[in-house]
Design a protein around this ligand. Structure first.
Ligand SMILES: *Cc1c(COP(=O)(O)O)cnc(C)c1O
Length: 379
């Protein structure tokens, strides 16, 4: 029998100062009828893909005693071929989600005494990557319509003197696109590392109209993508970047040895072989969110024009109450972005119908209450 010591609470441990009081990232993971809160593709892989994924697992199980390919060359070659733009494996880096790609970039180009600049409102994870890599995080506001032009970006660079400039297009959580011409003007005017996060590029009206096309001209440009959203592979955890070979070499220095498991590499390669099937629902999801934006406006709400598979709608005096009322009806959306707004992802037609019905009820109750406060239900 061993006597276990009493559990030591986090508050009693010598945690790094900047982590004291911090909470782990956590969009709620709830098993409800309509999960529309993390911008996933709601469609599972088809039967042929499932069979091929299973076969790949059986095959790699035979070599499980060995470390995986550190350089993930097979996968990087497949990603280059999938992207096009004349790219080869030397131009591609891959990691466990584009989350990890971004951490590699900051480990290589950020760090103590260095600065990351982004444009708010934007992705809530960026400040966490900066904190974890000891990189100073500074922001400049987008305009009233959440757009971004080169004058704003260049003025922010002058003001903050960043080492890494991060531009998200389409931006999360607003869905706003920054044109390639703006990225081009910025790359021409600065030699700092310019990272373009294109996590939702496949959902835009012209997906080929990407900053990838600028890569041959700018060695300090990095374009990141993920298989988590349009590609319907969030569970596989695979993100990647395209850039000049210098950027890829920098990431190879800072990555943990064998960071990408054999399963991740093999399953992502299978998914890429089935790219047509994995991406088959993208047009439908794009249409879904276009229709939804029109419906939300018709319902009298303010909607931020989005080219991604989600949109921001509001504005609510008490957005948390609306979020909760939707959840009570089995619909999970995201409480994020500017004050008074909620974000909803494109789902299946059935999920969209659930969302419309639930929001219709909530708005009706809200209106009734505003017109006659005495009718308010139990609080
Ligand atoms: C979802 C998302 C990512 C990618 O996430 P991973 O699953 O780690 O690839 C990256 N950037 C933005 C803006 C996102 O919304």
């Amino acid at each position: 029998m061993t006597d276990l010591p009493p559990p030591v609470r986090l508050a009693d441990l010598p945690l790094r100062d900047e982590l004291v009081g911090e909470q782990p990232y956590g969009a709620p993971q709830l098993d409800v009828a309509a999960r529309l809160n993390v911008n996933e593709n709601p469609y599972p892989p088809d039967d042929q893909v499932i069979a091929d994924l299973a076969r790949a697992v059986t095959q790699l199980a035979r070599g499980m005693n060995r470390y995986p390919d550190r350089e993930a060359l097979g996968l990087r070659t497949a990603l280059a071929k999938y992207l096009g733009y004349g790219l080869s494996a030397d131009n591609i880096w891959a990691a466990n989600g584009s989350n990890e790609v971004m951490v590699h970039l900051l480990q290589a180009f950020g760090g103590p005494g260095r600065t990351l600049l982004s444009f708010t409102p934007t992705y809530s994870m960026y400040p966490e990557y900066a904190r974890n890599t000891h990189t100073r995080y500074v922001t400049t506001k987008r305009d009233a319509a959440f757009r971004l032009d080169s004058a704003t970006i260049l003025a922010a660079i002058d003001e903050h003197d960043p080492d890494v400039v991060l531009i998200t297009t389409p931006n999360n959580p607003t869905g706003t696109v920054t044109p390639v011409s703006v990225i081009e003007e910025v790359c021409e005017a600065t030699r700092r590392i310019v990272v373009v996060d294109e996590a939702y590029q496949e959902f835009t009206e012209f997906p080929q109209d990407s900053s990838m096309a600028l890569l041959p001209r700018f060695g300090h440009l990095v374009v990141t993508r993920t298989m988590s959203k349009a590609f319907a592979f969030a569970g596989g955890r695979l993100g990647y970047l395209a850039a000049g070979p210098g950027v890829v070499d920098a990431c190879r220095i800072v990555r943990l040895p064998y960071h990408l498991s054999a399963q991740t590499q093999a399953l992502a390669e299978v998914a890429l072989r089935h790219a047509g099937s994995m991406l088959a629902r993208v047009d439908q999801l794009r249409d879904e969110i276009v229709d939804l934006q029109a419906w939300l406006r018709h319902a009298g709400l303010d909607v931020v024009p989005s080219e991604a598979n989600f949109c921001l709608f509001g504005r609510f005096a008490d957005r948390h109450a609306v979020w909760q009322a939707l959840l009570d009806r089995g619909v999970l959306v995201r409480e994020t972005g500017p004050q008074g707004y909620l974000r909803v992802s494109a789902g299946t037609p059935a999920e969209m119908q659930l969302f419309r019905t639930a929001l219709g009820e909530v708005l009706h109750d809200e209106l009734a209450e505003r017109l006659d406060p005495t009718t308010s239900k139990e609080s």
